[in-house]
Ligand binder design. Sequence first.
Ligand code: GLP
Length: 255
Amino acid sequence: MQVIVKKDYAQISRLAAEMIADEVRKNPRCVLGLATGSTPLGTYAELIRMHKKEKLDFSQVVTFNLDEYVGLDPKHNQSYWYFMYKNLFKHINIRMENVHVPNGKAEDVDAFCAWYDAEIERFGGIDIQVLGIGGNGHIAFNEPGTAVFSRTGWVSLTKETIRDNARFFRKASDVPRYAISMGIGTILEARKILLLAHKESKASAIAASVDGPITANVPASALQLHADCTFIVDKPAAGKLNRKYGSTLKKLPRA
Ligand code: GLP
């Protein structure tokens, strides 16, 4: 895995957006894997700017989101569907029929999850998967203990994640206890992965994922198994790493 350490959040967001935009320009029908949470908001704002000012074209792009709370209607103001619509989709020229967010109201959740993985395959797999990371090392809603090769399925959220996400709800008891999450195995099938993290509160999770052993206890450590995974982090989030890293993508030295 590559690690890029940027000065601040604005630089993380710009680099991530540039990498995504490069893919969209190179392959207008690309399949993007998208994440929610506060971390990718800057990246989405930059993609919106590129769409408006530089005509970045999303008309043929297909997206798959990582996760959704079980029981929340897409119109609920804390659903991840609503989050994506408000913070990205409604500002760009993506076709809503090309957008996929797990259905938190699916009647048969297991059948839905199997369909979701099959649908990703039908579209040829994910070209770039964007990830944030939870304070406990979770990716999507794969909490510690999730099998490294898990498929999309329903998961129960840890107390820590419920507490972390309570800030978005009126009260902690409103936070759903279950979610649908893309599996770690599903995520690992993406051709390229970008994990974004900022702030000191992510430093332990980043260090455990990059320097620690691959373990189900730190779901993001499974990304060490991926051939093209880049962590883009700010200095505080890089604060507990074992080594120093540069601020640009690694390039072969000139001959
Ligand atoms: C939630 C999401 C994750 C996200 C995490 C971190 O749990 N399911 O996909 O990475 O929050 O959120 P934030 O970026 O707000 O720190």
